[in-house]
Design a protein around this ligand. Structure first.
Ligand code: UDP
Ligand code: MG
Length: 316
């Protein structure tokens, strides 16, 4: 018996793309059904993230016309990540395996076949990775790539060029549900789950209709959210800078004392510069140390699971 697949699609003001998206996804699901790689109980789950246009009405119509489509309606707009999580957590109890993708189908849906292959080969998480960004504008490409670099530097480990196009098995979703975080950054959390993972590469296309729901403003706040919700590394850097400045002030003191010995100093100047650097360094250092504790408290309040058990051997 093949497994039940749920394709989870968050939708925010997507009335322009929904009809075409539904058509393409239906064709894909029928092809998968025919080849026997998914169960007839498989569904396309459209999550309406508090859209202001006709998105939810359209989802209801799709569901009326064809039971392949099912929907989840959020009480209001909560953003892409939360909408996606709501869909995944609802699908978890019904599906054996889920694939999340954007409503604009910029991510090649033909990669689904390869993802399922990896899944049947024993993987619990399969990342969809863009093999190139040729079709993105230079600006989008540059900002997106520096996004991954800066994120990694600041301690938010993410999979390079992977957005939220990924396959997750029921087991992986149960792992995900253990994370009780409010600040949600799925791309950083999913690698923490573990299990056997693999990647599938594809070409990213253009949005075929409608406008991007991720303007630069949202991208920046998303990046900030990612960094601050995953790690306390920025605090560590403040501590380091503070320590460095304090060190420089000590070197200055030694230098000026030696100048004073040979009588080559301007009166008053050295003592002021040294105290500015010395005190400045100490202030930053102490802020960093306080920050370290706050960082600890912060990570504690997130109450992340310390481990997720994959298998327990039965002894009978
Ligand atoms: N989206 C959402 N809630 C939001 C913003 C976006 O559910 O508040 C969905 C949107 O409908 C789409 C996906 O997130 O399915 C990605 O958005 P988009 O394609 O506009 O982003 P881009 O590809 O430009 O980064
Ligand atoms: Mg898009």
């Amino acid at each position: 018996m093949p497994d039940i697949l749920y394709i989870v699609v968050p939708c925010y003001n997507e009335q322009e793309v929904l009809p075409e998206t539904a058509k393409r996804l239906k064709a894909k699901m029928e092809q998968l059904l025919k080849s026997g790689s998914i169960s007839p109980k498989s569904r396309v789950m459209l999550v309406n993230d508090g859209s202001k246009d006709k998105t939810w009405e359209m989802i209801k119509e799709l569901h009326q016309a064809d039971r392949l489509f099912t929907g989840v309606n959020l009480s209001r707009n909560r953003g892409h990540q939360n909408a996606l999580l709501a869909g995944l957590m609802t699908a978890k109890d019904k599906a054996d395996v889920t694939i999340s993708m954007d409503a604009d189908l910029q991510d090649d849906i033909n990669a689904v076949d390869k993802m399922l292959e990896e899944y049947y080969g024993g993987c619990d998480i399969v990342y969809g990775i863009r093999s190139s960004r040729k079709r993105d504008s230079f600006f989008k490409r540059a900002t997106a790539e520096s996004f991954y670099r800066i994120m990694n530097f600041l301690g938010a480990e993410t999979v390079f060029n992977h957005a939220d196009y990924r396959l997750m098995s029921k087991k992986a979703l149960e792992g995900l549900s253990e994370f009780g975080e409010v600040n949600l950054f799925l791309r950083g959390i999913v690698p923490m789950i573990g299990y056997k993972t693999s990647s599938v590469y594809y070409e990213r296309g253009e949005r075929f209709a409608g406008k991007s729901k991720y303007p630069l403003r949202k991208m920046l706040s998303f990046a900030l959210e990612g960094i601050t919700s995953l790690s306390a590394k920025p605090i560590r850097y403040i501590t380091l800078i503070g320590a460095l400045i304090f060190l420089i002030s000590i070197i200055m003191v030694i230098y000026f004392i030696s100048r004073w010995v040979i009588g080559a100093t301007v009166a008053g100047w050295a003592s002021i510069v040294c105290s500015i650097w010395g005190i400045g360094g100490l202030i930053m250092l102490s802020l960093g140390i306080i920050g370290e504790y706050i960082g600890k408290i912060y990570l504690e309040t997130k109450a992340r699971p310390k481990f997720i058990i994959e298998t327990v051997l039965k002894d009978d």
